[in-house]
Design a protein around this ligand. Structure first.
Ligand code: ADP
Length: 561
């Protein structure tokens, strides 16, 4: 029997309309580059607007796109930083019936061109600071017909119009096109750490549901009273959905533009009284160092308005969570997700009865947490049999839910999916444990797991423990080849400025936490660990460099066995 509830489709125009009317006066702040200092670095300037103005311009953008004669469902690409103009595209592009394709600007230009071609983008909105790429993109992407530059350009670029002038020439869209809630609204490519990037298409429905599920207290805790600074780029899984979640609930949005250094972020958080922020661990490491420095030099920042700093993208070491809490009374909350999950999958909020700053609390906070409502997770072994949720058995992490991908764009292969009892599950490629209370912990990417003597060693657990050592700034643990055991762990360590550390000291420091056979066989000291386009350690490169560490003679060998 059918219900008698209205089958109202869940679409992005609801978010746009709410921002335009209910929250019209709420502020949207962006840092934009205004000139350069003596060292040639861009100087941040404050730009302030409102949801009302953003929504109006989003509707002008929608009308301008329709006037180009695009067919409904065509992709509109952005190569842009976090700013109010990008937010206009978030709201205006899907509401006018097109698909917002946010492209990761940190990828290699050839990969950017590959992605634009694969998505068949005909329109590109490109930030003025990336204008130099335009001729190369034109040459490499024959389908790209219309390019608009976001922000002022010092010199006109041939054949390219300014976005502001373009949208100003159109009246705001008066009527939304008919939209099915399952129509594509957004598109993101995975960062392609293995093989070519894969395209994921978010729907209107998945975006609306993801926004609703992200806001509650036990998820990201977003409400109208908040000022939210997503440091995670808007070209990386929709800045974890925050632009939509904030617009839906009326939170003030704060965008850092191209600025990601610790001092600028700390000042922005202070000046705008930011209450929620989100970023990858490397961003938070930079901010913690800046907060420590400022306090030690007697000029601490006032971040008393900050309620929750969300960390995800790779594992947050317990030492980082403790560092913020114990030295600055700031709460780092871990979340897990991926491009294929929109991205919110799990959040680690300590349950009642556990003190957040007790040892038990920190242990839970260093896990990736429990799944948010409507997201299911489970573990399988290599034969697709269930692995117990006992907190220590490792298995392949499978996920399913209304904002989880069910296939890739133009991809026939279904290798990342498993059907169990008639239900489709997505294989995340992560190896995890889940405890009895549902707290999931990522142990590794399947490809980074160290297989020693037929058993698995979690590189993530080792890294997190080693990063607790006071002389260690960063650490990645990788597999090196071993004749007897197949693979053994090798620690690649960046010491803190002016400090050094030995292999023996590292092993002694972490030994109480691990079985003996888990302990790394060697440690390499280095100045920096390569970081990829989404802010994560490039372990693949480290592995290429060091996989023969045990058997070959390395000139810079830091430790022997
Ligand atoms: P890519 O996988 O292409 O690098 P994503 O941003 O989609 O880009 O990354 C998703 C992966 O990032 C997850 O599958 C997981 O391995 C890792 N990840 C995300 N959040 C966390 C976290 N909090 N802790 C550990 N790993 C994480």
């Amino acid at each position: 029997m059918q219900s008698n509830m209205m089958p109202v489709p869940l679409t992005i125009p609801f978010i746009l309309e709410r921002a335009r009317t209910t929250y019209a006066a709420r502020e949207v702040v962006s840092l934009l580059p205004v000139g350069r200092n003596e060292q040639g670095q861009p100087i941040p300037g404050r730009h302030s607007t409102t949801y009302g103005a953003v929504a109006e311009r989003a509707l002008r953008l929608g009308a301008a796109l329709q006037a180009l004669g695009l067919a409904q469902g065509e992709r509109v690409a952005t190569l842009a930083v976090n700013s109010f103009r990008h937010l206009e595209a978030y709201l205006g592009v899907p509401s006018a019936g097109f698909v917002l394709h946010t492209v990761n600007i940190r990828l290699h230009p050839e990969q950017v061109a590959w992605i634009l071609n694969h998505a068949e983008d005909r329109v590109l909105l490109i930030e003025n600071v990336f204008g130099a790429m335009i001729p190369a993109l034109r040459a490499a992407c024959p389908k790209l017909e219309h390019i608009y530059v976001l922000g002022p350009t010092p010199q006109p670029i041939a054949g390219v119009e300014g976005y502001d002038e373009w949208i100003a020439g159109h009246d705001p869209l008066r009527q939304y096109p008919p939209l099915d809630e399952n129509d594509a609204a957004g598109m993101c490519y995975t960062s392609g750490t293995t093989g070519n990037p894969k395209g994921v298409l978010y729907s209107h429905r998945s975006t609306v549901l993801h926004s609703l599920a992200s806001a509650p207290k036990d998820a990201l805790n977003v409400g109208e009273a908040d000022a939210v600074l997503p440091i995670v780029p808007m070209f990386h899984v929709n800045a974890w959905g925050l632009p939509y979640t904030c617009a839906m609930f009326g939170a003030k949005q704060v965008f850092a533009g191209p600025f990601t250094d610790g001092p600028t972020l700390a000042r922005l958080m202070q000046d705008e009284q930011v209450s929620i922020s989100a970023g990858v661990p490397t961003i938070w490491m930079g901010l913690l160092a800046e907060l420590d420095r400022a306090r030690n030099e007697g000029g601490p920042y006032d971040l008393s308005g900050m309620e929750r700093m969300i960390v995800g993208g790779s594992a947050a070491p317990e030492a980082l969570i403790r560092g913020f809490q114990e030295r600055h009374d700031l709460k780092l909350v871990q979340a897990w997700g991926m491009t294929e999950t929109h991205p919110l999958g799990t959040v680690s909020v300590v349950p009642p009865g556990v003190q957040a700053s007790s040892d038990e609390g920190y242990t839970l906070r260093a896990k990736q947490g429990r799944s948010v409502p409507l997201i299911e997770i489970k573990l399988l072994n290599e034969h697709n049999d269930p692995v117990p949720h006992d907190g220590h058995s490792m298995g392949r992490l499978m996920v399913r839910g209304p904002w989880v991908v069910d296939s890739y764009f133009k991809d026939e292969g279904q290798h990342n999916f498993v059907t169990l009892d008639g239900q489709l599950w997505f294989d995340t490629g992560d190896i995890a444990t889940i405890n009895e209370k549902g707290f999931m912990q990522i142990e590794d990417r399947a490809k980074d797991l160290i297989k020693s003597g037929g058993e698995w060693i979690s590189s993530v657990d080792l890294e997190n423990a080693i990063m607790g050592h006071p002389a260690v700034a960063q650490c990645a643990v990788i597999a090196m080849d071993d004749e007897k055991w197949d693979e053994r762990p090798l620690a690649v360590v960046v010491p803190r400025a002016g400090q050094t550390v030995t292999h023996a000291e590292i092993v002694e420091f972490i030994a109480p936490k691990f079985a003996r056979w888990w302990l790394p066989d060697a440690t390499v000291l280095t100045d920096n660990i390569p970081i990829g386009a989404t802010g994560k350690f490039l372990k693949r490169e480290l592995r290429q460099e060091y996989r023969h560490y045990k058997t070959k003679d390395f000139p810079h060998r830091a430790d022997t066995f």
